[in-house]
Design a protein around this ligand. Structure first.
Ligand SMILES: Cc1ncc(COP(=O)(O)O)c(C=O)c1O
Length: 437
C-alpha cells in the first residue's frame, strides 16, 4: 500500500476535482490487461486507459524503443530540419492507411490532429482556387477534442457552453444518429438511420456548396456514449460530400489502429475519406502522439500551389524522435502480435457478452461494434448520470475499470483481451446493475 500524495496542486482534466480529491481513485502501475491501484488491488482495464492502450500496458517492445531513442537523440527540430526516424514513422503509419492517403502530418494529441485537419481542409480549398469554401460541418454529439476548432465542430453541449461566444464562425452541424425508438438493442450497425446523412443536402442547400470546406465525423462516436453508424449512413455522407466537392474528415482518434478489428474504421467500412485524424492507439499511449493522414491529392495541391513554406502550421514536437520511435515500435507490435486480428476474432464473443445483459435492471439499450460496447441506462429522475456513475464506482471497487458518459457505460478494452476477461467484465457490470436503485 503506497501513501496518497498531496492532491491539492493538480487541476485534473474533465474531472469533478472536489469530489475526486475527497475520495480519490489512484492507479500506480500497469501491466498487460491490469492496473495496480494505490491500495495494491488488480484492476482489469475495461476501457484501454482512455481508448488508447490497444496492445495492453507496459509493452517492453515500445518502452525499449523509446529508451533507445532517448540515448541516441532526445530531440531535433522538425521545422526546416529533419531526422530519419520521423520519416520512417510516417512511412509506417502510411502503411496502415487506405490507398491514396499516404501523406502524414504529425501532432501530439487527438485535439491537435483535429485542428490540423480542419486547417489543412481550409488550406486545400485556398490552394485549389476556392477560398470561399470556409464553412465546417460537424455533428451533434460529436467529440473532436478540446481545441477551439474541435469544440466548434463538436456537438457536446457542456464542452461548448462556457466558450460559446468564442467558437469558430461559419459552423453547422448534422443531426446525430442516436434513436432508441428505432434502434435499441441493435447488434452491430443499426438498420435505421442512413437517411440522416441526407440532412447534409439540406445544409448544403442552405449555405451553398461553394462555401463549405469539410464535414468531420467520428465513424463510430465513442466519447459521446458509443454511437454506432447506421447501415449505409457513412456511405451516403461520402457520396454527398464527393458530389459537392466537400472534403470528408474521419476522426479516427478512437477507431484508428484496431478497435473495430481493422487498421482503421475507413478500412472496416470500406469508405475512403479525404483526411483521417489519429492519436491514442498510434503509440499505444506510451508517449503522447497523433497524426493526420492526408490524401495524396490534397498534399500535392497544397505543396504545388506555393513557393516557400506551403503550410504555416506545425508543433515544436511534430515528429518528436521519442514519439516517432514509439509509433514505429507500436505499429510493428500490432503486426507481429496480430492484435487487430485478435480484436476481430473476439468481436462475436464480445457482442454476445454485451447483449447477455439485456433484461438486467435499468438497461434501455445495448449497442456494440468491434471491441466497443455501450450500455445505456434509464436516467434516474432528477439525477441524470447518477446511475452510470454509481455503476462505474462499484465496478472499480470490484476490480474492473470502465468509462461512463451521461448514463451510458462504455466498454473498450485493450485488444489483447481474452474470452474469460470479456466475460468477467460483463459479469461484474451485471452485478453492479443489480446493486443500484
Ligand atoms: C474522436 C476523438 N477526437 C479527438 C479526441 C481528442 O483527443 P485528445 O484527448 O488526445 O486531444 C478524442 C479523445 O477522446 C476523440 O475520441
Amino acid at each position: 500500500m503506497s501513501q496518497t500524495p498531496d492532491l491539492s496542486h493538480l487541476w485534473m482534466p474533465f474531472t469533478a476535482n472536489r469530489s475526486f480529491k475527497a475520495a480519490p481513485r489512484l492507479l500506480k502501475a500497469a501491466k498487460g490487461m491490469y492496473y495496480t491501484s494505490l491500495d495494491d488491488r488488480q484492476i482489469l482495464d475495461g476501457c484501454a486507459g482512455l481508448w488508447c492502450v490497444n496492445a495492453g500496458h507496459g509493452r517492453s517492445e515500445i518502452t525499449e524503443a523509446i529508451i533507445e531513442q532517448t540515448a541516441v537523440m532526445d530531440y531535433a527540430p522538425g521545422f526546416q530540419m529533419g531526422h530519419p526516424i520521423a520519416f520512417e514513422a510516417a512511412r509506417t503509419v502510411a502503411g496502415f492507411m487506405p490507398e491514396g492517403m499516404k501523406k502524414i502530418f504529425f501532432t501530439n494529441s487527438g485535439s491537435e490532429s483535429v485542428d490540423t485537419a480542419l486547417k489543412i481542409a481550409l488550406a486545400y480549398h485556398r490552394a485549389n482556387g476556392e477560398p470561399a469554401r470556409s464553412r465546417l460541418i460537424g455533428r451533434e454529439r460529436g467529440y473532436h477534442g478540446v481545441g477551439f476548432g474541435g469544440i466548434s465542430v463538436g456537438g457536446i453541449s457542456p464542452n461548448r457552453k462556457a466558450f460559446a461566444n468564442a467558437l469558430l464562425p461559419q459552423i453547422d452541424h448534422l443531426p446525430h444518429t442516436h434513436n432508441l425508438e428505432q434502434n435499441a438493442f441493435s447488434k452491430g450497425q443499426p438498420a435505421w438511420g442512413a437517411h440522416l446523412a441526407d440532412e447534409l443536402e439540406r445544409i448544403i442547400a442552405l449555405h451553398d456548396a461553394s462555401t463549405i470546406a469539410a464535414v468531420i465525423v467520428e465513424p463510430l462516436a465513442g466519447s459521446t456514449g458509443v454511437l454506432i453508424p447506421p447501415q449505409g449512413y457513412l456511405e451516403r455522407l461520402r457520396e454527398i460530400t464527393r458530389k459537392h466537392g466537400i472534403l470528408l474528415i474521419f476522426d479516427e482518434v478512437i477507431t484508428g489502429f484496431g478497435r473495430l478489428g481493422a487498421s482503421t474504421a475507413s478500412e472496416y467500412f470500406g469508405i475512403t475519406p479525404d483526411l483521417i485524424t489519429m492519436a491514442k492507439g498510434i503509440s499505444n499511449a506510451a508517449i503522447p502522439a497523433g497524426a493526420v493522414a492526408v490524401s495524396d491529392h490534397i498534399y500535392d495541391t497544397i505543396i504545388n500551389a506555393a513557393s516557400g513554406i506551403e503550410l504555416f502550421h506545425g508543433y515544436t514536437y511534430s515528429g518528436h524522435p521519442l514519439a516517432a520511435a514509439a509509433i514505429k515500435a507500436t505499429l510493428e507490435l500490432y503486426k507481429k502480435d496480430r492484435i487487430f486480428e485478435n480484436a476481430k476474432s473476439l468481436s462475436g464473443v464480445f457482442e454476445q457478452a454485451a447483449h447477455s445483459l439485456k433484461g438486467e435492471p435499468h438497461i434501455i439499450d445495448i449497442r456494440n461494434l468491434g471491441l466497443v460496447a455501450g450500455i445505456e441506462l434509464a436516467p434516474r429522475k432528477d439525477a441524470p448520470g447518477a446511475r452510470a456513475a454509481e455503476v462505474f464506482q462499484i465496478c472499480y471497487e470490484q476490480g474492473v475499470l470502465l468509462r461512463y458518459t451521461g448514463d451510458t457505460i462504455a466498454i473498450s478494452p485493450p485488444l489483447i483481451i481474452n474470452e474469460e476477461q470479456i466475460k468477467h467484465i460483463f459479469t461484474v457490470l451485471a452485478g453492479a446493475l443489480k446493486k443500484i436503485k
